[in-house]
Design a protein around this ligand. Structure first.
Ligand SMILES: Cc1cc2nc3c(=O)[nH]c(=O)nc-3n(C[C@H](O)[C@H](O)[C@H](O)COP(=O)(O)OP(=O)(O)OC[C@H]3O[C@@H](n4cnc5c(N)ncnc54)[C@H](O)[C@@H]3O)c2cc1C
Length: 403
């Protein structure tokens, strides 16, 4: 039962069941219980919906509608705010895509350093395998590898120990998460790791303490020895100014159009609205590009199964299709072979899928690609200019307009 695909069946039907079961618990029970650690097997007070939200198998709007059937906005305020953290991080990164590029560059350098510096390699391997001797940390490293999920508080403690106690580069920790998490999200993951390291909210690192771990694991891990008492002193550069978002558009419904499905939105109904019948569809899978190392099999398997579920579910709207590509050139070749005059797709946030879509745009002679942004992203992202607390002021209006 610990296997990731039993814990998180990769279908929209399973996600909808989970929403139905969880929505009544998004009020006081969530607010009071969310910080208490529980594994994916135990469940606890959190929803474990993140793998489904990550792949767009369910939308944030659908989730919020279900929540508001059971609670007022005020009662479910904590849960609603958490759901919007994800959108906030995506919007923040969308306006500063260079932060993702810098992380990629750092990872390439660290990939080489791990191969060439045996001291770093040993410390990194021990951390990834859960062999550091710090009991809760080792437990969570193994739990993540086995289940593809970690509770939020465990992610915070784990990242803190990785950076401040073990003194390992935060980028290697972010990569370890992105390789194993079913919900691995370039924005939430990269920026949360930076936040723990004290270089996102600059000068405010997150330091795990034994008392806090004991309290919120309800004694499962007590008297944890050897944790850093002072945060690592990491160089922080000022954040880039927010830049305008890249262009999203509306397809020309007169053109012979083909759909590009991808793992950032596996229920792209907003793309299909008003479209004349599509000539074909293709899946663009960027999973392997999340890391210079190998992605964990559970992540590849979850995404591949979720894609199959989407294709079966949408067969009436998009027709049958089985082809999968993984690069811009392969996508262009596929479009030409199918006589597509236009490709349409759901806009993808900053991350590997968008990297491929951007590379496609600069290919000569490839048919135009139109990215359709969801109403929520279009309305919410531009507010992520500063910190979350300023963004939060816009949540009531976003809910009124879109939920
Ligand atoms: C170091 C670190 C790395 C993280 N990496 C990721 C990641 O790769 N992908 C990811 O989706 N989340 C990430 N998070 C945020 C958070 O831990 C997860 O979203 C949450 O644990 C998912 O579990 P859940 O669905 O049970 O959450 P719930 O508490 O039930 O929340 C519901 C939804 O709200 C969103 N959410 C909740 N908390 C946060 C948060 N702090 N930041 C952003 N969104 C949130 C998620 O979409 C989540 O599914 C990270 C947090 C930390 C500290």
């Amino acid at each position: 039962m610990n296997d990731p695909l039993s814990l998180f069946p990769p279908t929209r039907a399973a996600a909808l069941d989970r929403i139905r079961d969880f929505a009544p618990h998004t009020g006081k029970t969530y607010a009071e219980g969310r910080n208490f650690y529980a594994s994916a097997v135990e469940g606890g007070a959190v929803s474990a919906l993140s793998p489904y939200l990550r792949c767009g198998m369910i939308s944030q709007v659908e989730l919020l509608r279900a929540v508001l059937e059971h609670h007022s906005e005020k009662e479910a305020g904590k849960f609603i705010a958490e759901v919007f953290w994800r959108t906030y991080w995506q919007g923040w990164l969308a306006m500063r895509p260079g932060v993702w590029g810098d992380y990629q560059t750092d990872l390439k350098r660290l990939f080489n350093e791990v191969q060439t510096q045996s001291g770093l390699r040993q410390r990194w391997e021990a951390a990834c395998l859960g062999q550091t001797g710090i009991a809760p940390f080792d437990h969570w490293a193994q739990e993540l590898a086995q289940t593809g999920y970690l509770h939020n508080h465990a992610r915070m403690w784990f990242a803190s120990i990785w950076v401040h106690t073990l003194g390992l580069p935060w980028q290697l920790g972010a990569d370890f998460f992105l390789r194993h998490l079913l919900d691995g999200c370039p924005a939430s993951n990269t920026l949360s790791w930076k936040w723990v390291a004290g270089i996102q909210t600059i000068g405010k690192p997150y330091l795990a303490t034994s008392e806090n771990i004991e309290k919120f694991t309800q004694g499962q891990f007590a008297d944890v020895q050897g944790l850093a008492r002072k945060p690592a002193d990491l160089p922080a550069s000022p954040h880039p100014d927010p830049a305008p978002l890249w262009e999203a558009g509306q397809p020309d419904t007169h053109l012979r159009s083909a759909l590009v499905l991808h793992e950032d939105d596996l229920n792209p109904l907003h793309v299909l609205e008003g479209m004349t019948p599509l000539i074909a569809n293709v899946a663009l899978m960027a999973t392997a590009r999340q890391t210079p190392w190998q992605i964990a099999p559970q992540v590849a398997e979850f995404r591949a199964n979720a894609l199959e579920d989407a294709r079966a579910r949408l067969a009436k709207e998009i027709g049958l299709g089985a082809e999968v590509v993984a690069s811009a050139q392969a996508l262009a070749d596929w479009a030409t072979a199918h006589g597509a005059e236009q490709l349409v797709t759901a806009d993808a946030p900053v991350g590997p899928t968008k990297d491929i879509l951007d590379a496609y745009d600069s290919l000569p002679d490839a048919p135009p690609l139109v990215r359709v942004r969801s109403e929520m992203d279009a309305a919410a992202w531009p507010h992520a200019t500063k910190g979350f607390f300023k963004f939060r002021d816009h949540i009531p209006a976003l809910i009124k307009e879109l939920v």
